[in-house]
Design a protein around this ligand. Structure first.
Ligand SMILES: Cc1cc2nc3c(=O)[nH]c(=O)nc-3n(C[C@H](O)[C@H](O)[C@H](O)COP(=O)(O)OP(=O)(O)OC[C@H]3O[C@@H](n4cnc5c(N)ncnc54)[C@H](O)[C@@H]3O)c2cc1C
Length: 388
């Protein structure tokens, strides 16, 4: 019996000692440093640079960067924990950290050669924000319909085109930009380039005015004959589709983490408020109708958390996780919407005004069903798997 027990895998939600210490430090930071700024950041649609600097100091901007490059030398699961804890307080801060780790650094670690890693990873871990630019006006769900064009010239490429909806556009100094070197070749022409903010012909354009995650910048990028040295091709020419697919498969687990953090935050607010708010002579949490709503929300949060942790731990174990990642994104984004909606209801009139925190979480939740592959696109992935 004892031997059998020893062979059991760890429960998904049990954290190792180092994961617990890491999670607790991010949680304490989110409560102490992020929470006081949430309303102002939402109103002004801006993340203060001082907060971003503090995120670097905390060690959450280069989680998987090896220590030899100045990073934290962590695993993907640590990124999930960081995004979850930050999003519990503010999903805009969560997505900044998510894009930095699960998309940008992740892509560099997997596809960057030694030169690329040496030039960019230490900076990403210590001071510069990254962004990931795939989408265009005519290429969203059908991302490989992109038309940004890269022409070979001398020892490099000249890129022209426009990118839309780019998270961290305002803050980033390094952009992974996807463009095609050969439109006739379809997806086989797509190539990933590393573009620095200061490169000639590159500008960050209009910033979107959004429903939710307002403090996270979402910007257009304009490339007009932008010169990029050959050394800044990420991976191989014509293999950018692989960079995009593989990174986004992992990235959507990060969005799952953002959504479970958000849902957890909304539930915590709802529990606290219903214990304080009195009607009919007692706290509204004493009414069984309210208790069942809270219990149902706890069921949803726990199931979404299991799905996210499972996908993340599968990824770290080097096992297939494509379907599990799609499942965790769908589930967690739906749970974030329903739990934040319940929180608004349970706050009554106070749920509808900006003085209280839950209307913001309700607005923030909507993005989970849109970016890094809409829910329909996740369903396509799951359907392909179960019908194969
Ligand atoms: C706040 C924000 C931040 C973003 N950040 C980034 C970023 O950092 N980098 C980046 O590259 N992109 C980013 N995006 C873009 C995002 O990934 C796209 O908006 C998303 O992939 C959807 O593309 P679309 O907007 O063109 O919608 P469409 O593709 O036009 O989809 C519209 C609707 O049609 C449905 N649909 C489309 N095709 C199918 C199909 N085959 N079957 C069934 N239904 C279908 C979709 O599910 C959706 O409901 C961001 C977007 C937002 C809003």
């Amino acid at each position: 019996m004892t031997q059998e027990t020893a062979e059991y895998a760890q429960p998904l939600t049990v954290l190792s000692e180092d994961e617990t210490i890491f999670r607790d430090s991010v949680r304490a930071f989110a409560d102490a440093r992020v929470r006081p700024l949430v309303r102002e950041m939402d109103e002004h649609a801006k993340l203060p640079r001082t907060l971003i600097d503090q995120l670097f100091e905390l060690g959450v901007m280069g989680i998987e960067v090896p220590e030899t490059y100045g990073g934290a030398g962590g695993r993907f699961f640590h990124s999930v924990l960081a995004v979850e804890e930050l999003s519990r307080v503010d999903p805009s801060v969560g997505v900044l950290v998510d894009v930095q780790n699960t998309l940008v650094i992740n892509a560099l670690l997997r596809w960057g050669n030694d030169d690329v890693k040496r030039r960019y990873l230490p900076k990403l871990a210590s001071s510069i924000v990254g962004a990931y630019a795939l989408s265009e006006a005519g290429a969203g769900s059908d991302a490989f319909a992109l038309t940004s064009r890269a022409r070979e010239e001398g020892d490099g490429f000249v890129i022209s085109g426009r990118k839309l909806w780019i998270t961290n556009g305002n803050e980033a100094d390094l952009f992974i930009v996807f463009a095609t070197v050969n439109p006739e070749a379809g997806y086989r022409g797509i190539t990933a380039f590393l573009i620095e903010r200061g490169f000639d012909g590159f500008t960050v354009g209009k910033k979107e005015d959004k429903l939710g995650i307002r403090a996270s910048s979402t910007c257009e990028l304009v490339l007009e004959d932008c010169r990029v040295p050959r050394a800044n091709v990420l991976g191989e020419v014509g293999k950018g589709y692989k960079v995009a697919i593989e990174t986004l498969n992992e990235g959507r687990i990060g969005i799952g983490a953002q959504m479970i953090g958000l849902a957890k935050g909304a539930l915590e607010h709802a529990v606290k408020y219903t214990k304080e708010r009195k009607q009919f002579g007692k706290p509204i949490a004493d009414f069984q109708g309210v208790q069942f709503q809270l219990a149902r929300a706890a069921v949803e949060v726990e199931s979404a958390k299991l799905a996210v942790y499972n996908a993340a731990r599968l990824r770290d174990a080097g096992r297939p996780f494509l379907t599990e990642a799609a499942i965790c994104k769908i589930l967690s984004s739906e749970v974030a919407e329903s739990v934040s909606s319940l929180a608004v209801n349970l706050f009554g009139g106070n749920g509808f005004v900006k003085e209280y925190p839950v209307e913001k979480l309700y607005r923030d939740a909507k993005i989970g069903q849109i970016y890094e592959g809409t829910s329909n696109l996740q369903l396509l992935t799951i359907a392909k798997q179960i019908l194969s």
